[in-house]
Design a protein around this ligand. Structure first.
Ligand SMILES: Cc1cc2nc3c(=O)[nH]c(=O)nc-3n(C[C@H](O)[C@H](O)[C@H](O)COP(=O)(O)O)c2cc1C
Length: 279
């Protein structure tokens, strides 16, 4: 899984090619698996697969991406309830799906802003929302002009330095990547750092108080108002998934648990990893 995290990038331009039947069967198996899983707060998500260009063949409701995605043969939409903890779990589980698809050699892109969300209302029951969807298909291999622009605008290849995102013991001490006591969790933090986030805002922060690692969300206040739900909760769910996969990859045991973590006026505490504990 670590390999898939390192390999994944947003793909917005696809080859004009249907998903092969054998690959489609694998996708369906993966979706079933994700359906059975729960996020760190214990919530599941629903997923639905749609051949492009329609959400439903009968009603011919189209999946719109405002031209941001080209030639994707399919989309997978995720459904959950509009509550912070559900949205964190959504980010976690949807990212697990995306990384499995990456492992199949497929391209994906998280879409939470540039798609016609209203069109997906046909799938919803009361209280449910579609926070995000992903395109699925074979990457075209070359970027469209708009993709280049989107990548440049969101500075997609860039990530904030380790020392900006992570602190040791208290919020005044930036964490250097070569800190010796960091060894068992260094890769996990690096996997958080390279993760995708909405508009590449990278709102995840961590305070390492070994053996505890507290995760926080540094919200971009104006950004939060653009959508009716807490978009950046998805980003932190993705970060939790990446951090956990790093630990699993290294055979490090851990427990995810909310605890009395230090507070900071600019940060929302989300949860903690207790390293060396068993769940
Ligand atoms: C929750 C979330 C929502 C996103 N929404 C969109 C979107 O609406 N449109 C889009 O083109 N990219 C979207 N992205 C992709 C990000 O722009 C991209 O992940 C980020 O710029 C980093 O680039 P990378 O994925 O290639 O590493 C979203 C990513 C995340 C995690």
């Amino acid at each position: 899984m670590v390999e898939h995290i390192e390999k994944r990038i947003s793909v917005r331009h696809y080859r004009r090619m249907k998903i092969e039947d054998t690959v489609l069967s694998r996708i369906q198996e993966i979706m079933q698996q994700v359906h059975q899983n729960k996020g760190p707060f214990g919530h599941g998500i629903k997923l639905s697969y749609h051949h492009s260009p329609y959400i439903e063949e009968q009603t011919r409701i189209k999946i719109g991406t405002y031209g941001f995605v080209k030639n994707a043969p399919a989309y997978i939409a995720g459904i959950t309830h509009d509550r912070f903890e559900n949205l964190v779990d959504f980010g976690y589980l949807m990212e697990s799906l995306i990384l499995e698809l990456t492992g199949l050699g497929l391209g994906t892109v998280w879409l939470a802003g540039t798609f016609n969300r209203k069109a997906f209302d046909v799938l919803l029951r009361k209280g449910e929302i579609v926070p995000a969807i992903t395109a699925v298909g074979y990457p075209a291999g070359k970027q469209t002009a708009r993709e280049k622009m989107t990548r440049r605008l969101s500075r997609a290849d860039r990530r904030l330095p380790f020392e900006t995102l992570f602190h040791l013991n208290d919020f005044n001490r930036p964490l250097a990547p070569d800190t010796p006591e960091l060894m068992p969790i260094y890769q996990s933090l690096e996997l958080v750092r390279i993760g995708p986030s909405a508009s590449n805002k990278q709102p995840w922060r961590a305070l390492v108080q070994y053996p505890d690692v507290h995760l926080y969300l540094k919200r971009n206040p104006k950004y939060g108002k653009v959508l009716s739900f807490d978009l950046q909760a998805l980003d932190i769910g993705i970060a939790i998934y990446h951090f956990e996969q790093g630990l699993i990859g290294k055979g490090v045991t851990y427990k995810i648990e909310q605890t009395q973590a230090p507070t900071h006026p600019d940060l929302t505490y989300v949860t903690s990893f207790k390293i060396g504990k068993n769940p």
